[in-house]
Design a protein around this ligand. Sequence first.
Ligand code: NAD
Ligand code: IPM
Ligand code: MN
Length: 365
Amino acid sequence: MRSYKVALLPGDGIGPEVVGVAAEILAYLAERAGFALEMKEAPIGGAAYDKYGHPLPEHTLALCKESDAVLLGAVGGPKWDTVQPPSLRPEVGALLPLRKELGLYANLRPARLSSALASASSLKAELVQDGLDILVVRELTGGIYFGQPKGRDADGSRAVDTCVYTRFEIERILRVGFETARGRKRKLCSVDKANVLETSRLWREVADQMAPQYPDVELTHMLVDNCAMQLVRDPRQFDVIVTENMFGDILSDEAAMLTGSLGMLPSASLGDRHTQGGTFGLYEPVHGSAPTIAGKNIANPLATLLSAAMLLRYSLGENEAAEALERAVEKALQDGLRTADIAAAHQPTIGTKEMGQAVRERIEI
Ligand code: NAD
Ligand code: IPM
Ligand code: MN
């Protein structure tokens, strides 16, 4: 029997609720599709800091390394925003080193609008009603998030972050951009700030040098401020957007809202390590720990369920199960099931667990 190991990192806030729903559905899919799934849970983020004094304990990292894939909820929250030193806070002490240590430089964030949610999009219906399907390819282990020097002068009067990119880092993420565009509408928009930043000028140069290797892909360049505007003016002009770490972070939250809610956007972070079924990866919803709604059974679990579908496809190679899950999510939406974040005014809403149950009932495999 095909058999896989998946690490579950629930984390903080709504993380445990949405990962709980996804773990149950993954187990159900494994049973239905006939493969064995060994799921082991480990602490990360504020929860791990409280228990072990570190947001990314050694044993959590070790479990991830011996797994075929990792499913993460979210980390962070007000309780840990003032932890000293900042390097022990959930975001910079756990999430960033986890991505870096695992070599996950390619972050895929697909923003797809279900026709059932056209009215939940913050854009006018005519801009999105014929569907919206954008893939943001975000560089995840370089740029200003990681560049040195970084820190604060001893007297606290000056702070510094450094944006660094090497040709190697740029080329490997652009390759992911070109390759994924090839499997879609063959349009790649490389987003930068080349009118100001040297890293962006190098980025643009590398993109232009690679373009002849992909004559079937139409490469365009766009400045990031214009891109932020174009995403809300006419989002359908985009197919694949490839960009650096921080621009990708910001643009993908913006793209998420076009699909109705941040609670709908999944992500896959991939590197070069192969598994028996595909590529090792970390899968997480694009949203954070949403502390104000945590523990209330109102968070939307669909971004995490769609992340689980990406996990099945990219890391396990279980395409049938992945498609069955995506179809079940779409069916639940078409049937009018809504968590609060995607409900129209006066539309009845259901909770996190109930949405999980509704998706599970609609799985046909
Ligand atoms: P957030 O994504 O947690 O929340 C933004 C808004 O979206 C809030 O109104 C929240 O209630 C809502 N929301 C988010 N996910 C939702 C869901 N599944 N269903 C319904 N509504 C949802 O962003 P934030 O408020 O800026 O950050 C909160 C904390 O999360 C911070 O500590 C931040 O650092 C952390 N964070 C973690 C990750 C991660 O772990 N990958 C990502 C982003 C933010
Ligand atoms: C995300 C988050 C993280 C990021 C934070 C929490 C470090 O915003 O996954 O989008 O900026 O990468
Ligand atoms: Mn973000």
